[in-house]
Design a protein. Structure first.
Length: 368
């Protein structure tokens, strides 16, 4: 068993070392992808805006003064230049970490809201008004049969004194009325669930929390663990999408300000469109057309898939990125199996040690 455990640990360390040796190549390919994107971004933005100005709204573009047209092109260059300064591996990793913290804070907020709502449901109090005749009320309180001492459902609790409301000792929900007491076993189980959910989380800089290990983007380098690297790559790509959406929104604001567009789609709609949550009409690359009643909503929306179609070099970089991802996924699956094997072997070892310790303590105890 010790040999098997040592072999499993050595294989895990070998995977980490192999990943550490491959990470520089992955970093170079990611950096090359972003460099090609930065080089071709202005051209693709100009092509998308050209379609709006020359084919969709030529009358509006012709009506603009020459100073306004020059201002539009200067603003497009400035917006793209600023976005390019943020399209680096390090900047996107920082944004991915920020997005992970935002998701964590949102999860905590929803959890606490749920607990507060649960406490409000359990808190006894006078009802304001009555329900209409025939209404069905859904509550978290137990059925009436559980409150009836003569109920056969309470046979296992016969002779047990009904305790006070178990949450009242925490000063949160108050004491329950005499006719709303629950069997001790049922309330202990329910209280354990609530206390398990009502966790005191550390701040975002803490080492760990109930939602898993800390984000891998704050390490300053690519993770050596393949499983963490998969998470890193997902966050990296999500951060890239957000940068492109923010640039798209800024361009749409500028087009609206100069009168070349009459509507402005919010960021939430742009994000929903990128996720495929909205019905879209056919449109040229990097443009979004939505079927809004009475309005042909057309806006700039830069997407990695469209950019890769227009920039063959970028598509080649994406193919190399996919190959790295397939390799990382294979290593992550192997790493998960090895970690599971280590857990099983360590549990077996502890089991045998505990049995030996128990037998020796029993043999050494005085006979009575």
């Amino acid at each position: 068993m010790l040999d098997s455990l040592r072999d499993a640990h050595q294989q895990l360390e070998g995977l980490r070392q192999q990943r550490c040796e491959r990470n520089p190549e992955l970093y170079r390919d990611l950096a090359l992808y972003l460099q090609v994107l930065r080089d071709g971004l202005l051209t693709t933005v100009q092509q998308a805006c050209f379609h709006l100005a020359a084919e969709v709204h030529p009358d509006r573009y012709r009506a603009m003064e020459s100073s306004q047209r020059r201002q539009l092109h200067r603003r497009l260059r400035a917006l793209v230049r600023r976005a390019c300064s943020l399209l680096t591996v390090e900047q996107l990793a920082q944004l991915a970490a920020q997005q992970a913290r935002e998701r964590l804070a949102d999860q905590r907020s929803r959890q606490h809201q749920w607990l507060e709502g649960l406490g409000a449901e359990l808190k006894p109090g006078p009802r304001l008004g009555g329900d209409p005749p025939g209404s069905v009320t859904l509550q978290l309180h137990p059925p009436l049969d559980l409150l009836d001492p003569a109920s056969p459902l309470l046979a296992g609790f016969a002779g047990a004194e009904a305790p006070a409301h178990p949450l009242s000792s925490r000063g949160e929900l108050g004491a329950a009325p005499d006719d709303a007491r629950l069997p001790p076993g049922l309330m202990e189980a329910f209280t354990a669930v609530v206390e398990h959910l009502d966790l005191d989380h550390e701040d975002d800089s803490g080492a760990a929390d109930s939602f898993g290990p800390p984000p891998p983007w704050d390490q300053g380098q690519l993770p050596r663990e393949a499983t963490a690297l998969l998470v890193w790559l997902d966050g990296f790509e999500e951060a890239l999408g957000r940068r492109l959406r923010n640039l798209s929104h800024a361009i749409n604001v500028e087009l609206l300000r100069l009168g070349l567009s009459r509507s402005l789609l919010p960021l939430s709609l742009l994000e929903a469109a990128c996720r495929g949550q909205l019905e879209q009409r056919q449109a040229p690359p990097n443009l979004l057309r939505l079927p809004v009643p009475g309005l042909d909503a057309l806006a700039v929306l830069l997407r990695a898939t469209d950019l890769e179609q227009q920039l063959p070099a970028l598509d080649s970089c994406r193919n190399r990125w996919r190959q790295h991802r397939q390799e990382v996924r294979r290593m992550a699956e192997l790493s998960r199996r090895l970690r599971r094997r280590v857990q099983v072997l360590e549990a077996e070892q502890l089991w045998l040690q505990d049995i030996a310790t128990t037998q020796s303590s029993t043999a050494g105890s005085p006979q009575t």
